[in-house]
Design a protein around this ligand. Structure first.
Ligand code: E8X
Length: 600
């Protein structure tokens, strides 16, 4: 799927801004009730999550539908163009109406969807755009939640004596199976883009390296009549290759490779012309390969220094925020890191563009977090997740396939692989094959495994790279770093026998910025540094460990609960991006660890 870009042939109309908004009172559901909206509407900013833009609990705790609306008119100059309305992300379920006609419906809160509106739009007058948004999570959504409603929760409900009482007193809540706030709404950009009537629908680029040359295979999907012309230019806008036809191969003599930070992330541009349409797509020439226990980029041993992140901030919630994206890229480099994982959902497309340009490597994760958590049954056999999971992977790859920064797909975070090992293995290995079959660049595929019984788990070891989240010294063996290192090493011995590369995709300790101790105990800044220093020195002894991603880049918001005071505080930075001592610790450590050749 192409990102909407303005050029000589295409335009973009921005529909972001202040929209009208109201929460459902529980009686309207997916149906738009104009008089209800008119009576209740208030201002809301788009793009942004709605939850923290207002100051009553009902916005934080809303569970169900909410409605957005605005009007717009289309400039006359676009009368002969094709018009497409595009939402970059609406969380989690959207029904879109234009002039009271349902024009799009979309499940999944973190990927774009679009609808052609050429025939629906009215000229010379206002058009009414309305979006109904559902934020509920359950066992068939990704991310996964427990369906709550008014259920009676046994011991969780001490003091509420009966199901009847629970029905009366407990409001419907989202019970996420994941540790980040369930921010909802129109979280990313809303735009109309124009194309000519005969247009370029998609571009797929598959680069490879042959000696000192780059080989660029491409495929162009078009609609309508016309000839395809493809031209590749370098950074100086000099033409380095050309071809005719919708499918082919272009050789770039003495190609410059895309190499991660701090090396040169060189980008080329492919410009496709078809009939009267034109589109330019940047790409990089690089290879990615897993060989034994090595992770190779451009044939060289790569070491992942970076983080699990979140899209999260005060007021805008999980909304698109370009200054934060730019700042985070700066901080990633400031800490001498070279990579991050889009935990736990696909991020805004603009972030991947920045990563391509700045040479930051991405592990691209689906929103499949929480599969099997909080249930007493086999999730793979009980819940209807497979179809949606496949469609999310299909759309993720279709969106992100051309980014050189993306070097691996993560199908999920912390699914249950331990209690139903056989059905888990069936699920994950077949989904692994499915993911490989869809990626034109055939990148490595994995999922991220939670601290569990690693001998019982049969799925993680089947992946291209072993990605594990481990909290020895925090959630277990809390504060006892000698015991933590011992237990960690027992486990690392196990993984070493599998002979695959391993990335520690999460490890960390909640840390209250400003809380200092001489003797380092939990929650202090000194403890966070000691914890990482002890664990990292174990990683340094093992060559099959090819990456360290502390959890988390920054503090982030979560649902309220007894384990979270003002959210998850495992950030190396505060939520507003100030460094804790841990950030300085990693900045110094990573200065001495090169992106290439650290372990080999
Ligand atoms: C944590 C992280 C959480 O924020 C992340 O989204 C997923 C969690 C740890 C699981 N991984 O709690 O900070 C820990 C299991 C320990 C036994």
């Amino acid at each position: 799927m192409l990102y909407p870009r303005v050029n000589e042939k295409r335009s973009v109309i921005d529909l972001n801004g202040v929209w009208s908004f109201c929460l459902d009172d529980g009686t309207h559901g997916a149906n738009i009730d104009n008089s209800f909206i008119n009576e209740n509407k208030e201002n809301i900013a788009v793009p942004a999550s709605y939850n923290d833009q207002k100051d009553e609990l009902k916005y934080r705790e809303h569970c169900g539908w909410a409605y957005y609306e605005r009007t717009f008119s289309v400039p006359d100059v676009f009368r002969n163009e094709r018009l497409v309305l595009r939402f970059d992300a609406v969380t989690h379920y959207a029904k879109v109406y234009l002039n009271s006609v349902l024009i799009a419906e979309h499940k999944g809160g973190f990927l774009p969807f679009e609808a052609e509106i050429t025939e629906v739009v009215k000229w010379n007058q206002d058009n009414l755009l309305q979006v109904a948004v559902d934020n509920r999570v359950n066992h068939s959504t990704l991310p996964v939640g427990n369906e709550d409603g008014t259920a009676f929760f046994g011991s969780d409900n001490a003091g509420v004596p009966s199901v009847e009482a629970a029905k009366k007193w407990r409001k419907k809540r989202n019970l996420p199976n994941f540790d980040f706030f369930n921010y909802a709404g129109i979280n990313r950009n809303v735009r109309i883009y124009t194309t000519k009537k005969d247009y370029i629908n998609d571009i797929t680029i598959v680069p490879s390296i042959s000696g000192s040359d780059g080989i660029v295979r491409y495929e162009i999907e078009t609609c309508g009549k016309g000839e395809v012309f493809v031209q590749i230019t370098d950074r100086e806008k000099k033409t380095v290759g050309e071809a005719m036809g919708c499918k082919g191969e272009i050789r770039i003599k003495n190609a410059r490779l895309w190499n991660p930070y701090p090396e040169d992330p060189y980008l080329y541009t492919m410009t496709v012309t078809f009939a009267e349409d034109r589109y330019s797509q940047r790409f990089g020439i690089r290879s990615v390969e897993v060989k034994g226990s090595r992770f190779l980029i451009n044939g060289k041993d790569f070491y992942f220094k970076g983080f699990g992140k979140h899209e999260d901030g005060a007021v805008f919630g999980r909304g698109f925020n370009l200054p934060y994206d730019v700042k985070d890229m700066s901080l990633i480099k400031w800490m001498n890191a070279n990579s991050f994982r889009t935990s736990h959902y696909p991020y805004a497309e603009e972030m991947y563009d920045l990563a391509d340009e700045e040479g930051i490597v991405i592990i691209d994760e689906t929103p499949a977090v929480g599969i099997g958590a909080g249930t007493a049954c086999d999730p793979y056999k009980t819940f209807n997740i497979r179809e949606h999971h496949e469609s999310v992977i299909r759309d993720l790859i279709s969106r992100d396939k051309n980014h050189p920064s993306v070097v691996m797909w993560s199908m999920a975070n912390e699914p249950d692989t331990e209690h139903w090992p056989t059905s888990a293995k069936e699920y994950w290995t077949s989904l692994y094959e499915f993911t490989h079959s869809l990626d034109p660049q055939d990148r490595p595929v994995t999922f991220v495994c939670c601290q569990n019984n690693y001998e019982a788990d049969l799925s993680t070891r089947e992946m291209d790279v072993i990605c594990i989240n481990r909290y020895y010294g925090w959630y277990n063996l809390s504060g006892d770093m000698d015991a933590a290192c011992y237990a960690l090493n027992l486990e690392l011995d196990f993984w070493q026998g599998i002979n695959k590369p391993l990335i520690m995709t999460e490890y960390g300790a909640d840390t209250l910025n400003g809380y200092h101790l001489t003797a380092p105990e939990m929650f202090s800044e000194e403890f966070q540094v000691m914890y990482y220093d002890r664990i990292n020195s174990e990683f340094d002894k093992r060559s099959f460990i090819v990456g360290e991603h502390p959890w988390n880049f920054a503090d982030f918001n979560t649902i309220q609960g007894v384990y979270r005071a003002d959210g998850n505080r495992k950030g190396l930075l505060t939520r507003d991006r100030r460094p804790k001592m841990g950030a300085h610790y990693f900045k110094n450590r990573w200065k001495e660890i090169p992106s290439f050749g650290y372990k080999k």
